[in-house]
Write a protein that binds this ligand. Sequence first.
Ligand SMILES: Nc1ncnc2c1ncn2[C@@H]1O[C@H](COP(=O)(O)OP(=O)(O)O)[C@@H](O)[C@H]1O
Ligand SMILES: [Mg+2]
Length: 224
Amino acid sequence: MSILTLSNIHKTFKTGEIEEEIIKGIDLALPRGGITALTGASGSGKSTLLTIAAGLQPATSGHIYFDSIDLTSLNPDQVRKIRAEQFGFVFQFAHLVPFLTVAEQLTFMLEVAITKQNKKQQAQAVEQLLERVDMQHRSSAYPSSLSGGEKQRVAIARAVIHQPQVLFADEPTASLDSKRSTEAMNLIRDITKQLDITTLMVTHDSDTLSYADHVMEMQDGKLC
Ligand SMILES: Nc1ncnc2c1ncn2[C@@H]1O[C@H](COP(=O)(O)OP(=O)(O)O)[C@@H](O)[C@H]1O
Ligand SMILES: [Mg+2]
């Protein structure tokens, strides 16, 4: 049984007078658990499909089912709530908030996603996960003092601190050298397993593909 199902998704962008169909009728069933990689040439529509699957932008037509909820039938507030509570996000760059410490980046996400935890429970969850990603020793550091690899480890921790069901990762290793890429991918793989998360990862890097349990390839707006 898939956790996320896309049914006949189309996406058209209009730039001035010109309409271009970027996603051309995609059906996709994301298997529950493990890492599914979405690969394909630059410009084939991978990031667009990922953001549609995650409810970050609407499709022009088609349906998205999360468990059995049709996200396309919900209002924007309802989609936002599901996204905040059930989904996590990692991108090419860590996008940490410059004026929050490492621990505060995670606490902030917890406050958005889980309202019923008290301060002590939050602090415990943050400390545990920072230990897991080997960043506990930098918990009161600001992003500007972290290396690229450390920033990405914090970004991965922040993406899963609320124990989401689905982690969406768009080229999570594209800004890292090969050693840091390997570290980040090992971390994503371990966390996916340990927290029982389903990860959908966009990548065009063949080394990264070896971490995937399932691979899907896009070509010119279609799955092939
Ligand atoms: N908001 C947008 N407006 C117009 N065109 C867009 C927009 N977002 C993406 N595109 C176009 O859609 C195509 C696919 O982009 P993208 O999904 O980013 O591909 P990929 O992630 O596979 O490199 C590109 O030609 C891109 O220019
Ligand atoms: Mg992309």
